[in-house]
Design a protein around this ligand. Structure first.
Ligand code: ATP
Length: 431
């Protein structure tokens, strides 16, 4: 449970960042954070502000799932308490991290004292770079040394990259997520969360909370064997806390924690001035003109290309984006779009949202009408037309250009909650 104070009159702040403690088969860095905070609280140590859950580049090569890292700030009473807190945190990360998984390489960062304004500026830059590009561990180590952070790594210690970013991430725009944790006895079992109560919670709290449901179905429970029972996302601390009171479960909740987070802020998106500027493993907002009609490829993915004077890029609405694909299928050559998404391994832009700025006129070429009012049929190649009703013939081969009514409207369209990236801003939060 969150228990933080904002009285900074004490002299011994300690910033803590933690990352890369979990594995695909279990555990979760937010849960480790919650267990550590409970222990620190038992020691009488106070948090300053809420703990932070920071999502980093969705294309980072070593991520397990959502590329999340955590940070928090303690306000301690003495240097001795700082020493004690650091010792507890290090020991608990070592004990709780899934060290036996070769892909788990935990990292921790500590900073003693208050962060100077210039340090905050440099950390912010670094965090944005970690959210938007790929960082080398050496770069993290160099900056940490310059700014006076202590780094601790277990095994390859790759987690220090995310841990430092978690301390530095700006929260000018931010949301909250309440994470409720399961009894370890239930890990891997079906989650017992009452769907009707989640629907009621959504009715009462949306849009102060969001992404609770997907097409009427549960969206707050993860599908992995991790310790999280459910997560409620919202605009304020109180919104997610009050929403929790409405959710009924029939399994024990082992505790919960409310994080301040950069989730759903679009912080990962960079505005690209043109298409050729975009690079792999980064996420962008870019304008372009649709080149050809979308095609549906094997697996149900919908693909089309946009271009500008600098080049072109293939865009994809993949199968998990469900109904969003129906929207994408309706775009047509000449439409002006603004697309939001990330460039993957093959150079395709994975769509998160689109804005249809203008719709092109689309025409179909049809056989002409006969004087009798029926549409004529081809009389054979180069032989003009023949009316199937009155039999009248027409020598001309010219077709009639018919404007097709476009059903889709200009405006914004987005993927459903189940396909949304953690960082992606839902339209309900405003554009
Ligand atoms: P979960 O969301 O379940 O906590 P995860 O997807 O966050 O898991 P991690 O176990 O945290 O995955 O592993 C991510 C690893 O990638 C960490 O070592 C982190 O330091 C590193 N990392 C994060 N962002 C970047 C980046 N931009 N460039 C290079 N490495 C990164």
């Amino acid at each position: 449970m969150n228990d933080f104070e904002t009285d900074n009159s004490d002299l011994f702040p300690l910033y803590v960042g933690i990352d890369d403690t979990d594995s695909v088969s279990g555990m979760c860095t937010t849960y480790i954070c919650s267990v550590i905070l409970d222990r620190l609280k038992d020691c009488g140590f106070k948090l300053d502000g809420p703990p932070r859950l920071v999502r980093l580049n969705p294309f980072a090569p070593h991520k397990t799932r959502g590329n999340g890292a955590v940070s928090f700030k303690l306000i301690l009473k003495s240097r001795n308490e700082i020493k004690k807190a650091k010792k507890i945190i290090l020991k608990m990360v070592q004990e709780l991290a899934v060290l036996e998984d070769p892909k788990t390489n935990p990292g921790l960062v500590f900073f003693e004292g208050d962060l100077k304004d210039q340090t905050k500026v440099e950390l912010r830059e670094y965090a944005l770079k970690t959210i938007r590009t790929i960082i080398k561990k050496k770069e993290t180590e160099k900056l940490a040394k310059k700014l006076g952070f202590e780094l601790f790594g277990f095994k390859k210690g790759m987690g220090v990259i995310g841990a430092l970013a978690a301390v530095g991430c700006p929260m000018d725009d931010a949301t909250y997520e309440l994470l409720a944790y399961r009894d370890p006895l239930n890990y891997g079992k079906k989650r017992k969360v009452d769907l009707e109560s989640v629907r009621e919670m959504d009715r009462q709290t949306y849009p102060d909370t969001f992404d609770n449901l997907d097409n009427g179905y549960m969206a707050i429970t993860p599908h992995t064997p991790c310790p999280v029972l459910y997560g409620i996302r919202g605009e304020t601390f109180n919104a997610v806390l009050n929403a929790m009171k409405l959710v009924k479960v029939s399994e024990p909740i082992k505790g919960f924690l409310i994080f301040l987070t950069n989730q759903h802020t679009d912080l990962h998106l960079q505005v690209a001035n043109n298409i050729s500027q975009m690079e792999k493993f980064q996420c962008y907002i870019v304008k372009g003109v649709v080149k050809d009609f979308p095609v549906v490829i094997e697996g149900g993915h919908v693909i089309f290309t946009i271009y500008d004077s600098s080049g072109e890029v293939e865009c994809a609405a993949y199968e998990p984006t469900k109904d969003f694909r129906e929207i994408v299928r309706q775009i047509a050559p000449g439409d002006h779009l603004r697309v939001y998404g990330g460039i993957g391994m093959k150079g395709t832009l994975n769509l998160e949202k689109i804005q249809i700025i203008t719709l092109a006129s689309v025409y179909e070429y049809m056989n002409p009408f006969c004087e009798c009012g029926r549409r004529m049929k081809s009389a054979g190649t180069g032989k003009g037309y023949k009316c199937p009703g009155c039999g009248k013939k027409m020598r001309s081969n010219s077709k009639e250009k018919v404007k097709i009514e476009r059903k889709i409207k200009t405006g914004f369209y987005e993927v459903p909650p189940s396909a949304r990236r953690h960082l992606s801003k839902p339209l309900i939060r405003g554009m």
